[in-house]
Write a protein that binds this ligand. Structure first.
Ligand SMILES: Cc1cc2nc3c(=O)[nH]c(=O)nc-3n(C[C@H](O)[C@H](O)[C@H](O)COP(=O)(O)OP(=O)(O)OC[C@H]3O[C@@H](n4cnc5c(N)ncnc54)[C@H](O)[C@@H]3O)c2cc1C
Length: 384
């Protein structure tokens, strides 16, 4: 296995790192306190091509593979979670369905605008009665002439209030359970589409999460994504890719926590010496960096396998599980190393601690990842 980043990728990664340090970190308090992403950051991200990172070059994107996405994801994760969440939902779950399963018509119609950030993507699977049990959808799609008519409510949808193009799962054959679900590309301008409640959240400030409501929403038949009744498989493929990306974001966030904690431990003096000289602090730092390296290796291995066309359903679940739980442990230790300062809004640690918590919930909870891992283990064994 070779996870080495190419020179071109190293240059892109460096450009994103500089963008995060020079433009994103200085706007941390605006994003956090005003719960919005400043337009100038969106514009800079556009110029860097970040909206099209995973979109093929022929449709105006950077055409990065999964390793490339991880290289960017690490840097974005080192930035601010709300901004990374907004962009990640667009470039990941919001776009990858069209890239993987879209007809040439759908690709031509949507990807160039999405690559430039002129149209924002989202992914709508979850419903009030379909969370972990994601196939228990109530949203229906009924064929009428050359249109599909969608009815139902999606909730907790990242980018919901600002999305222009939403990859949406709906039941097309209620008699067939998960095999009766289809995927659609729905535009927010289609008749019968509206957004509902905008959630107030623990973290991820600047990244909006809302309901999407379909009331006799008219979707042209050419906007079905992939084959009829194969939408749940499409959703699982999208989520597997998304989970590897979340691993990279978690690793990036851990990196920032380690950097901040190391600096603080060297500077903070108690009992007449820097707290970094205490073995208790050193052991926390050692565990933080060891677990982060393990999460990084697992993430890059999954990305490498995905790029080789291998089935990464289990790898992606293990990556998401381990990286997100590592992130939460690392964030907890970072608070501990900072003492009372770790609890104060004066330092980014408090925010990152809150932001870490979502990673064990969305795109499948830790329990769901363990279900996927155990199911594939019991069925296929270890496979090495
Ligand atoms: C901020 C945010 C953004 C999101 N963005 C999106 C998005 O863009 N698109 C989208 O479609 N969805 C999105 N989601 C939804 C997210 O994927 C779901 O919240 C998640 O899958 C969990 O579903 P739930 O909240 O209904 O929890 P539930 O399914 O109700 O789970 C509650 C608890 O029960 C556990 N549990 C459930 N079943 C089992 C079982 N069989 N065995 C053991 N434990 C079990 C769960 O692990 C969890 O601990 C988002 C959620 C949040 C919070």
């Amino acid at each position: 296995m070779d996870f080495q980043f190419s020179d071109e990728l190293k240059a892109i990664k460096l450009a994103v790192r500089e963008f995060i340090e020079k433009e994103v970190h200085p706007r941390e308090s605006i994003i956090e306190e005003e719960d919005r992403i400043p337009e100038e950051l969106v514009e800079s991200a556009r110029k860097l091509g970040l909206f099209g990172s995973s979109i093929p070059e022929e449709y105006g994107g950077l055409g990065l593979n999964m390793i490339g996405k991880c290289a960017i994801g690490e840097e974005m994760g080192r930035g601010i979670a709300g901004f990374a969440g907004f962009l990640g939902a667009h470039t990941g779950i919001g776009t990858s369905g069209i890239v993987m399963q879209g007809s040439e018509y759908l690709k031509q119609k949507y990807l160039p605008d999405m690559a430039e950030g002129r149209k924002i993507g989202a992914f709508a699977l979850t419903e009030p009665d379909a969370g972990s049990d994601a196939s228990n959808l109530k949203t229906t799609a009924v064929k009428k002439g050359d249109r599909w008519i969608l009815n139902g409510t999606k909730h907790f949808i990242t980018n919901g209030p600002i999305a222009d193009v939403v990859t949406t799962m709906a039941v097309t054959d209620p008699s067939r359970g998960p095999r009766g679900i289809s995927a659609f590309v729905v535009e927010s301008t289609f008749p019968g589409y509206r957004t509902g409640k905008n959630e107030r959240k623990m973290g991820l400030k600047g990244c909006y999460t809302s309901e999407i409501i379909f009331e006799d929403c008219e979707v042209p038949e050419e906007n079905m994504l992939g084959e009829e009744n194969r939408g749940f498989v499409t959703a699982l493929m999208i989520l597997a890719k998304g989970r590897a990306g979340l691993g990279a974001g978690s690793v990036g966030a851990c990196r920032r926590l380690i950097e901040l904690s190391t600096k603080y431990a060297k500077e903070r003096v108690q009992f007449g010496k820097p707290i970094a000289e205490n073995q208790a602090i050193q052991w926390m730092l050692a565990d933080m960096v060891t677990e982060t390296e393990a999460a990084r290796t697992l993430t890059l291995q999954t990305a490498w396998k995905a790029d080789k066309g291998m089935n990464v359903i289990r790898d992606a679940a293990m990556t998401k599980l381990f990286a997100s739980e590592t992130y939460c442990r690392v964030a907890d230790r970072a608070v501990q190393i900072h003492g009372g300062m770790g609890y104060m809004k004066e330092m980014p640690i408090e925010r990152i601690y809150r932001d870490s918590r979502i990673t064990r919930l969305y795109e499948g909870t830790s329990e769901v990842q363990r279900m996927v891992i155990a199911a594939t283990l019991l069925k296929d064994g270890l496979q090495y």
